[in-house]
Design a protein around this ligand. Structure first.
Ligand SMILES: Nc1ncnc2c1ncn2[C@@H]1O[C@H](COP(=O)(O)OP(=O)(O)OP(=O)(O)O)[C@@H](O)[C@H]1O
Length: 366
């Protein structure tokens, strides 16, 4: 686990942040440009010192200004991938990777090289690589160092679509398989929806809220800060039986309700995450008998923000242990007489796969 509580003055900006990140999963730092995300990562990496504060990793104190503790960067065993690749210019790519290779990662060399598509670059010098190639080498070097903490600042910027998708899938898988905290900074909300398990919102040098991504997305009080996510929710499901006649496959939610997805959503038994935008969720008091909507879910209204004087009302719905957000006009809200605790039917117009090798971001069906 990573624990940090630091302050540092950066010109006019006071960085004053507290954060904990569990030993497993990807914690995303999200916030406006200039809010202090990179500066925070630099403190974790040991590239800068806080004016005051403490940083601990797995119980080991890396920094404690009060007690004069300072573990230098090369002793922290961190994997760092920043926007600029920072490879050793006089070593070939192979040398850069071998230099970083930790004993525990010996058997992973070939696999990571193949995954990153850098096998043909091993004998090249860093100066001859394109930006995207250098980034991939730098990700490989960070992974091969067998880090106790992985820090990634916009690691996928500049990579092309297919390669980016592959790496996102890899990072998501890595986060499930290895027990190290991964801190991931990105402006790209699609990227964050695909890899993040937790979200920390950074505003003017402070972390104003943090928690599980799904819980954060359900928080109506953060609607303004989460605008970049186009107000979506994630639902988790396991794919069931295909329906070949209609080129569909069933996906079962934890509470047993089902959704119909296109057959190429994945294989039976595969666990998937679905992204559903608020504007794609309509509400009814009971299931309509004749409708083109294929995906209707029984839900309960958990919260709404009707007290805000706006033409639309945001709602959080409960579906078993998961939450789904919806937005309706105030007119519809009043006419249907919606209130907390009420049973409703959520009619889902469109779903995208949030994590899947095949069809991420592909909008699928109504
Ligand atoms: N060494 C420094 N001295 C003075 N100001 C600094 C220093 N380092 C960063 N800053 C300022 O602190 C603020 C936060 O910068 P930082 O790069 O951490 O933001 P960010 O959230 O990562 O932004 P972006 O998303 O654009 O990368 C900026 O206004 C930056 O100019």
């Amino acid at each position: 686990m990573l624990e940090l509580d630091v302050t540092r003055q950066l010109g006019d900006l006071t960085l004053a942040a507290s954060l904990t990140a569990p030993e497993q999963g990807v914690t995303a730092l999200f916030g406006e440009s200039g809010s202090g995300k990179t500066s925070l990562l630099r403190l974790m990496a040991g590239l800068d010192r806080p004016d005051r504060g403490v940083i601990r990793l797995d119980g080991e104190t890396l920094v404690d200004t009060g007690r004069g503790v300072w573990v230098p960067p090369h002793r922290r065993r961190l994997g760092v991938v920043f926007q600029e690749a920072r490879l050793f210019p006089h070593y070939r790519v192979r040398g850069n990777l071998r230099y970083a290779l930790h004993a525990s990662m010996q058997g992973e060399f070939e696999r990571i090289v193949a995954l990153l598509g850098i096998g043909h670059l091993l004998d090249r010098m860093p100066g001859s690589l394109s930006g995207g190639e250098a980034r991939r080498v730098s990700i490989g070097r960070a992974l091969l160092s067998g880090p106790r903490l992985l820090l990634m600042d916009e690691p996928l910027t500049g990579l092309d679509g297919a390669r980016k998708q592959e790496l996102l899938d890899y990072i998501a898988r890595l986060a499930r398989e290895v027990e190290i905290p991964i801190i991931f900074v990105s402006h790209d909300t699609d990227e964050l929806m695909a890899v993040a398990t937790r979200l920390a919102l950074v505003e003017q040098g402070r972390i104003i809220a943090s928690g599980e991504l799904d819980d954060m997305l359900a928080r109506l009080d953060l609607s303004d800060q989460l605008g970049g996510f186009e107000a979506s929710s994630r639902l988790h499901a396991v794919l069931g039986q295909p329906e070949p006649d209609h080129r569909l496959i069933r996906a079962q939610l934890a509470d047993g309700q089902q959704l119909l997805l296109p057959a190429d959503a994945g294989a039976p038994g595969e666990a998937i995450a679905l992204r559903i935008r608020v504007r794609d969720v309509a509400l009814a008091l009971e299931a309509p008998r004749h409708t083109s909507f294929r995906n209707l879910l029984a839900a309960t209204i958990e919260a709404h923000d009707a007290e805000r004087e706006r033409p639309t009302v945001e709602l959080t719905l409960r579906i078993g242990s998961e939450r789904l957000r919806s937005r309706v006009t105030r007119h519809a809200f009043d006419e249907l007489g919606l209130c907390r605790g009420q049973a409703v039917v959520a009619m889902i117009r469109s779903v995208s796969l949030s994590t899947s090798g095949r069809a991420q971001r592909q909008d699928v069906m109504d």
